[in-house]
Ligand binder design. Structure first.
Ligand code: NAD
Ligand code: LMR
Length: 340
């Protein structure tokens, strides 16, 4: 798999955990095609899964070889955490149990946080200190909290969790209501937990309709829909996909992972933001240290929480509700991991 192209940059090491699972199956091609880190950025891919899945991983590797992508220098399949995290620049934590119909994501907490304790300890020991971390496995915010807790030598600003899928869902709902393309919808916000308490907020969002930029509230002209049905559709979209597919979303999750990492690598435009779960610095009255989804602006690889957005009584109440759930999850997760 060695590349012969002299113009490509020296390789970065990217680890994907849960590499034999359904999200990874959509994700690996996009990472290897250069859509995320650039067509000139070569990659060494580390693929971690559990021992019984090593045969399946071999099949995935055959497929990567068969696609013949020039930026892929090497692919390393493993069931060993040291090999998986050794010197990695980017770590995509997908491996975890998905929920089934009728479950909330926090029902996965006791099974999944244990994985993140063990992998946090290994990440701390073996990864580069500059590693950029994205946690996808559910409950994503709290798994990220545990991972960071057990990887104290890695800077706090390097830890994120995925709420970009919710962000993309919010854009998609607004676009389909207005019958416009989703890329004409800007600056939606997902606040809080990647759960049914999340707050999809379009109070500061704009759309372009008939060539003219206007606020979402102005364009839709239906505050009741925006404050109720829209919020509920986005909050419950993951469950709706599971009810229909009998499997949790994978293609859209993989696309959202790529959007999240590409923006982190390449930055957002001026005056634009995306949603990411990050370790709270106390902004907007959120408990410091909690992994909370905020509007995030990115420049030169640095994530900053967008400040000074005005919260009215309704939005304050919505944000407090999702914060309360995250505090409860955090306490349960700390209890579950400290007793191991
Ligand atoms: N944050 C989000 O927006 C979002 C979106 C979709 C799915 N998810 C979550 O992502 C996770 C993965 O979903 P999926 O559909 O790919 O699931 P999947 O069951 O298809 O794949 C999960 C993979 O993880 C592996 N795994 C289990 N324990 C592991 C460990 N200790 N180390 C390494 N690998 C391990 C499994 O063997 C499996 O191959 C789930 O928790 C799901 O709920 C999150
Ligand atoms: O909903 C789930 O459990 C899967 C995923 O988190 C999603 O939002 O689709």
């Amino acid at each position: 798999m060695a590349s012969s192209n002299k113009d490509v940059k020296d390789p970065i090491r990217v680890v994907i955990t849960g590499a034999a699972g359904q999200i990874a199956y959509s994700l690996v091609y996009q990472i290897c095609s250069g859509e995320v880190f650039g067509k000139d950025q070569s990659i060494i891919l580390h693929l971690l899964d559990i021992t019984p899945m090593m045969g399946v991983l071999q099949g995935l590797i055959m497929e990567v070889e068969d696609i013949s992508l020039p930026i892929v220098k090497n692919v390393i399949p493993t069931d060993n955490e040291e090999t998986a995290f050794k010197d990695v620049d980017v770590a995509l934590f997908v491996g975890a149990m998905p929920r089934k119909e009728g479950m909330e994501r926090k029902d996965l907490l006791s099974a999944n946080v244990k994985i993140f304790k063990s992998q946090g300890i290994a990440l701390d020991k073996f990864a580069k200190k500059s590693v950029k971390v994205l946690v996808v496995g559910n409950p994503a915010n709290t798994n990220c909290y545990i991972l960071a807790h057990y990887a104290p030598s890695i800077p706090r600003e390097n830890f994120t969790c995925l709420t970009r899928l919710d962000h993309n869902r919010a854009k998609g709902q607004i676009a389909s209501r207005l019958k416009i393309s989703p890329d004409l919808v800007k600056n939606v916000i997902i606040w809080g937990n990647h759960s049914s308490t999340q707050f999809p907020d379009v109070r500061f969002s704009t759309v372009v309709v008939n060539g003219k930029e206007t606020s979402v509230y102005e364009a839709i002209q239906n505050d009741n829909w925006l404050k109720n049905e829209f919020v509920s559709i986005v909050q419950k979209r993951g469950a709706a996909v599971i009810a229909a597919r009998k499997l949790s979303s994978a293609m859209s999750a993989a696309k959202a992972i790529c959007d999240h990492m590409r923006d982190w690598w390449q930055g957002t435009k001026d005056n634009e933001w995306v949603s990411m779960g990050v370790i709270s610095d106390g902004s907007y009255g959120i408990e410091k240290g909690l992994v909370f989804s905020y509007p995030i602006h990115i420049k030169n690889g640095k994530l900053s929480i967008v400040q000074d957005l005005k919260l009215d009584d309704w939005s304050r109440e919505m944000i407090d509700k999702t914060q309360k759930e995250l505090i409860e999850e955090k306490n349960d997760a700390l209890t579950a991991t400290s007793s191991q």
